[in-house]
Write a new protein. Structure first.
Lengths: 330, 358
């Protein structure tokens, strides 16, 4: 009896050891491996942040939870590659894709947002589902449903990798990943400048604060919505190129859009810095979790680990790390 | 013309507050039930029964479940698919462990397991709401789906990794399994759906339903009026998941006959949410309308598009279906944001005052 209990206790200790101590021992034992994992997490995080950024832009300006953002990423990438495959030179294809995103923004404003103005959030949310369907159908109809390879070389994105000798081992940095981080950083800086220092940016922030007040000082909501959706379209195109360069361009990528949701929760729906920090936390947390704790659960925990991280944060900060605290009045 | 309540006097409070206060409505309900019980089985082909009617009823039930949560209590959820899965797997495990107990009992009991899971994942709803809660329920969705894929125990270590529905009978007639006729499966589904819709109708029209709606309209105000938020919200989660669980069990046992974990993916959750919103949030009859529209529309399009003489490949039909479904969703929302149920009641109101405008 005693031996049995001792065995059970021993087993319990083993589990605790495997969950709480062993992963950290592994991390300390091989710092180069840890650095590699963290780097990969950061890169994935940058891309999550880009998708989340598109969500935040639209949510701030129009209060619409744009479910179609993930599809816009795929759609933009698909349009770019599709045009190239039809014989359009790469730079021209890029410009044309931007034009397509602009047309999309105008169409969304005219056909979806304008008729549904002043409706409850959930109705607009639902309308973006409709938009998702339309984009999936159109994209496949025009460019075909097979996965496509992103035209990385034609867009002058670097290839190959750098091996750095550090932390007692070799850490590999893909040049593409470095480029992705740089491009994302530039894009975010440009957006920040646009928001903080231009006239349209000020109007955007006014709309984000209050639709009615913005209207009363003469800001055109229709115009702002087109601009915001176009900005989200540009972000989607960049995200589409960078994701597409890592894997193929296909509608399977849309599942990544759902990964942007925990990022949003962490950062708060209304915060641009939140989207970036949230993206990095989720990216790194997910990779570390998968690499060090995943084997304990039989692997594949990447699909839900991000949500659990987000839930834990939510319990302590119900509006995300940087989200505006909503004051409710009766 | 004939739809008038003239001359129908109410002599008690109960009669005035009845769910169907107008006699014609009660007759209409009777007619619908008669059609469902007698006419459809009599004239419907077995293809119609098994491909249209059974899925329609199952999806309607799941939509009622989600509507209890989203439409009546105002808590958005995207975990419907997973809660349906809990019901399906619970039912499968129960009927494998106790093959002698009637399957209908287990279909209802499996809802309880789902209710438990729902209440557990509903706990964060006290602190978070709106779209933040959506993501919390997505956590439930992805976690549970991961469990369904990983735990071979749940499917009795089948090599296919899927639920394989065994033969179960009622009074010696096969209800589930390969030999069950579409007619029997239809009747079993219909029975469960009628029973549960009746219960749901009584729930939402009674004290519990009023508490839910008070929480939906403004939870702080509801709390000040003495409604305890945690039990009310958790009850909504539990009841909602119970309905979803039963629907999930029926989906596997009466509709598909076998189910891989992918059936209970996030797409399923989205589909049910579409049905609830298009049908009308906060309405039971809307659930049936919404399920009918979203489920039948693609089937119709697939049948109609080639018939129009367009020489198109199946893939193109699939893509066109996507585009048209998306457009219809947006058009419906623009025309009537409160869903088909609102159209229904507007129509009835027009009929009452016809031929006068009001």
């Amino acid at each position: 009896m005693t031996s049995h209990r001792g065995w059970a206790q021993h087993k319990k200790m083993n589990v605790l050891y495997a969950v709480l101590i062993d992963p950290f021992v592994q991390m300390a034992g091989a710092p180069d491996l840890l650095a590699q994992t963290v780097w990969e997490g950061l890169v994935a995080g940058v891309l999550y942040a880009l998708i989340a950024l598109g969500f935040v832009l639209i949510y701030k300006a129009s209060g619409v939870f744009n479910f179609a953002q993930g599809i816009m990423v795929v759609f933009a990438g698909l349009t770019l590659v599709g045009l190239y495959e039809k014989g359009v030179p790469a730079p021209l294809a890029l410009v044309l894709t931007l034009l397509v995103m602009l047309v999309l923004a105008i169409a969304v404003q005219r056909l979806v947002l304008h008729p549904l103005v002043n409706q409850p959030d959930i109705i607009l949310f639902m309308a973006t589902f409709g938009l998702t369907y339309i984009l999936i159908g159109t994209g496949e109809l025009v460019f075909g449903g097979d996965p496509k390879t992103m035209i990385t070389k034609e867009l002058y994105l670097p290839q190959g990798s750098i091996d750095a000798n550090m932390l007692g081992g070799i850490v590999t940095f893909q040049k593409l990943d470095i480029a992705a981080a740089v491009i994302a950083g530039l894009l975010i800086a440009a957006l920040a400048f646009f928001f903080q220092s231009t006239r349209i940016g000020r109007a955007l922030r006014a709309v984000a604060d209050s639709h009615k007040a913005a209207l009363s000082v003469g800001i055109s909501l229709d115009q702002i919505w087109v601009i915001v959706w176009f900005a989200a379209g540009i972000v989607a195109l960049v995200a589409g190129i960078l994701w597409g360069a890592r894997s193929n361009v296909s509608f399977a990528l849309q599942i990544i859009a759902l990964k942007a949701l925990p990022v949003l929760i962490l950062g708060g729906f209304t915060s641009v810095p939140g989207a970036i920090v949230g993206g990095l936390i989720v990216g790194v947390g997910e990779k570390l979790g998968e690499f060090y704790w995943g084997p304990l659960f039989g692997g594949g925990i990447e699909s839900w680990f991000a949500y659990v991280i987000a839930l834990v944060f939510l319990l302590f900060r119900p509006h995300g790390l940087f989200g505006e605290k909503i004051i409710e009045r009766i | 013309m004939f739809y008038r309540e003239v001359g129908q006097f109410k002599t008690s409070y109960e009669a005035d507050m009845a769910v169907f206060p107008i006699r014609q409505d009660r007759i209409g309900l009777g007619v619908i039930l008669a059609i469902a019980i007698v006419i459809i089985p009599l004239f419907g082909s077995s293809f119609f029964l098994s491909v249209i009617m059974v899925p329609l009823l199952v999806l309607s039930l799941a939509t009622i479940g989600l509507n209890v949560l989203t439409g009546y209590t105002g808590l958005l959820s995207l975990g419907t698919g997973a809660f349906m899965g809990v019901g399906a797997f619970a039912c499968y495990k129960l009927t494998s462990a106790f093959p002698d107990v009637n399957i209908l009992i287990f279909i209802l009991v499996s809802g309880l397991f789902s209710a438990l899971a729902g209440a557990l994942f509903g706990l964060p709803s006290l602190r978070i709401k709106g779209f933040y809660l959506v993501v919390a329920t997505l956590a439930a969705q992805f976690f549970l789906q991961w469990v369904f894929t990983r735990a071979a125990w749940l499917v009795n270590y089948n090599t296919s990794g899927a639920i394989e529905v065994p033969l179960r009978t009622l009074f010696g007639i096969p209800l589930t399994g390969a030999t069950a006729t579409p007619l029997m499966r239809y009747y079993a589904t219909l029975g469960v759906v009628i029973l549960l819709t009746f219960i749901a109708s009584n729930l939402v029209h009674g004290r519990i339903g009023r508490n839910w709606m008070a929480v939906r309209d403004m939870d702080i105000a509801a709390e000040l009026m003495g409604i305890r938020l945690l039990p009310t919200k958790l009850l909504a989660f539990a009841v909602s998941s119970f309905y979803c669980g039963v629907a999930g069990a029926m989906l596997v046992f009466f509709w598909q006959g076998s189910a891989e974990p992918e059936v209970f993916s996030v797409e399923q959750s989205f589909q049910i949410l579409f049905m609830a919103i298009i049908g009308g949030l906060g309405s039971l009859i809307g659930c049936f309308f919404g399920a009918a529209l979203i489920y039948i529309l693609p089937i119709l399009l697939r049948a109609v598009l080639p018939a129009l003489g367009l020489s198109v490949t199946p893939a193109t039909v699939e893509q066109l279906t996507f585009v048209i479904t998306g457009m219809l969703i947006i058009i419906f929302l623009a025309l009537e944001p409160h869903g088909l149920a609102r159209l229904w009641s507007t129509g009835k109101q027009k009929l009452r005052t016809w031929p006068f405008p009001y």
